[in-house]
Design a protein around this ligand. Structure first.
Ligand code: ADP
Length: 190
């Protein structure tokens, strides 16, 4: 069963590629960012507690995000999954390993999509015009998300490198080119 983590800074293209990969490999796709946005849109208590973090471009608390994923896995454990935007801290990665272990599953591979910062900012601003996402509209919030990524998230790569599960692809080029690079890695994963 394939469990793939797509990894990289905000705007690197994880969401777009995750959707296509999920179709090609018949996997589920969970984006923790989307789960949070849908809680906010539905006006739930959980959503309300997350609003501040999202609008400032900070990470939501590990405990809440991990419970969201645990909940999702309760009904989506019959086939593999693409994890998009999770885990984003080493604490999340550790709990995630335990969670998967409990259901007899494991992470197959983490793939880092490498995109330079200026390109990230450009892409997110463009996306913001279409998506209407408030956290995509302000360059200040975008830069903060990239900074948070550097400070708290980039290190998660080390966690999977130690397990021999880390790969990198160039995230520049057409969507098809990036898709082919990702597929090449996934074809070798177990
Ligand atoms: P992007 O990758 O462009 O930042 P996402 O949709 O993945 O977009 O995430 C949007 C926001 O949701 C993040 O800035 C953060 O506040 C929150 N978020 C998403 N996933 C996590 C996570 N695993 N841990 C903590 N916060 C998260």
């Amino acid at each position: 069963m394939l469990n793939i983590i797509l990894f990289g800074a905000p705007g690197c293209g994880k969401g777009t590629q995750a959707k296509r990969l999920a179709e090609r490999y018949d996997l589920y796709h969970i984006s923790t960012g989307e789960v949070i946005r849908s809680e906010i849109a539905r006006g739930t208590e959980l959503g309300k507690s997350m609003e501040g973090y999202i609008s400032r471009g900070e990470l939501a608390p590990d405990s809440i995000v991990v419970e969201m994923v645990r909940d999702y896995m309760r009904t989506h454990a019959d086939k593999g999954c693409i994890f998009d935007g999770f885990p984003r801290t080493t604490a999340q990665a550790e709990i995630f390993d335990t969670m998967l272990d409990e259901i007899g599953a494991k992470v197959s591979t983490m793939i880092f999509m490498d995109v330079p910062e200026e390109e990230l900012v450009k892409r997110i601003l463009l996306r913001g015009k279409e998506s209407g996402r408030a956290d995509d509209a302000s360059e200040e919030v975008i830069r903060n998300r990239i900074e948070v990524y550097r400070q708290q998230t980039a290190i998660v790569a080390d966690y999977y490198t130690k397990q021999g599960k880390y790969s990198e692809v160039n995230g520049l080029g057409t969507m098809d080119e990036v898709f082919d690079r990702l597929s090449e890695v996934i074809n070798k994963a177990e």
